[in-house]
Design a protein around this ligand. Structure first.
Ligand SMILES: CC(=O)SCCNC(=O)CCNC(=O)[C@H](O)C(C)(C)COP(=O)(O)OP(=O)(O)OC[C@H]1O[C@@H](n2cnc3c(N)ncnc32)[C@H](O)[C@@H]1OP(=O)(O)O
Length: 320
């Protein structure tokens, strides 16, 4: 399962904001069956992830692998790196040039480069799911199944506000990655999750609450493996998800999407709330008959898409 990202160069790319890039590096990894020998599942990574979806440092090993929910003995798994995520040599001069839609266009160019006519599924959690929404809005025939998890077709004001605070921390703090991560972890979980996990216990060695040492641990851990430029880039993408920006109405855009849309929400997600996911589903089902909404029930909030694998398996098994 171990392999390294392969890089391709995209030429003459103009971002939605009008900035011209003569060359853009796009890298990807393939797992499971060889490309063009099996149905292809495109997996879009989230904020701090990358194309290493499986393997020794794989972030979705619990879901994807031989004889797992997404079975690598049946499918080809393809994953691109968002340019600027720090996992390859791609350098983004200014993260503010990019929107989620730009990344969707870049991934579509990657798919065209690899001569893939149609994928079996495009799946992603959080910002990865937002990229998936933008991809089908741009190319309505690109996939047979769209599986957006813990995400939506748009960032909300509440999410944008938290991304704004993340950016303030990343720009102004003396320990930007640690401090931004600490704030982010609060958004990724819930009060109930913390209460059940820590029960107001203390870390005797550090003489602080366990919830505090846990936050410090996650801050330090991310600082060791992530770059500030990548964090700013991914944060920018999280807040710019919106398939309708400067476009037709939501109905006009989504009515063209050919994929079966399997929306998976999380009942306790503070970032992309279940109510917003349900509203998206209710709207879509007025004119589409191939849309479903299913929910992960968890106290763990947004992070449940990286924790509740048994439920994910049950929700996804009929598709795969
Ligand atoms: C916006 C988006 O795009 S979302 C994508 C961004 N989301 C993320 O990046 C996910 C962030 N969350 C995580 O990383 C989580 O750890 C998850 C979801 C991967 C796993 O969650 P859990 O299974 O609950 O594990 P938990 O959060 O407790 O982490 C375990 C680690 O914390 C450490 N830990 C647990 N309790 C404590 C404590 N009281 N003090 C210090 N460290 C602690 C463990 O030793 C372990 O360390 P290790 O990972 O270095 O081995």
């Amino acid at each position: 399962m171990e392999n390294k990202p392969t890089s391709i160069t995209l030429q003459n790319f103009t971002t939605e904001s009008g900035v011209f890039y003569a060359a853009l590096n796009l890298s990807f990894q393939v797992f499971g069956l060889e490309l063009h020998t099996a149905p292809i599942v495109l997996v879009n990574h989230a904020l701090t992830g990358n194309s290493q979806v499986v393997g020794s440092t794989g972030w979705w090993n619990d879901l994807i692998g031989a004889n797992k929910t997404i079975d690598t003995t049946k499918y080809t798994i393809l994953a691109f790196n968002v340019p600027g995520n720090g996992f390859d040599d791609a350098i983004i001069e200014n993260y503010l040039d990019f929107t989620t839609r730009d990344i969707a266009r870049i991934f579509i160019e990657g798919i065209n480069f690899l001569e893939i006519k149609k994928t079996y599924a495009v799946i992603g959690g959080s910002v990865g799911g937002g990229i998936a929404w933008e991809m089908v809005a741009l190319e309505p025939k690109i996939t047979q199944h769209l599986i957006p998890i813990a995400t939506d077709w748009k960032s909300t004001d509440w999410l944008i506000a938290n991304c704004f605070l993340q950016e303030q921390i990343l720009n102004n703090s003396s320990k930007p990655i640690e401090d931004a991560r600490t704030h982010a972890m609060l958004c990724y979980r819930t009060p109930e999750s913390f209460a059940s996990k820590f029960q107001r216990t203390t870390n005797e060695e550090l003489a602080i609450f366990n919830v505090e040492s846990w936050l410090l641990h996650h801050g330090e851990k991310l600082q060791k493996r992530f770059q500030i430029s990548s964090y700013k880039m991914m944060n920018q993408l999280l807040k710019t998800i919106d398939i309708t920006r400067n476009r037709d109405s939501f109905e006009e855009i989504t009515s063209k999407i050919e994929a079966d849309i399997h929306i998976i929400g999380i009942n306790s997600d503070l970032f992309f709330t279940a109510n917003e996911n349900i509203a998206t589903y209710e709207e879509l089902k007025k004119y589409k008959n191939n849309v479903t909404y299913q929910e992960i029930v968890s106290i763990h909030g947004h992070d449940a898409f990286l924790i509740e694998y048994k439920q994910l398996h049950n929700l996804l098994q009929d598709i795969f």
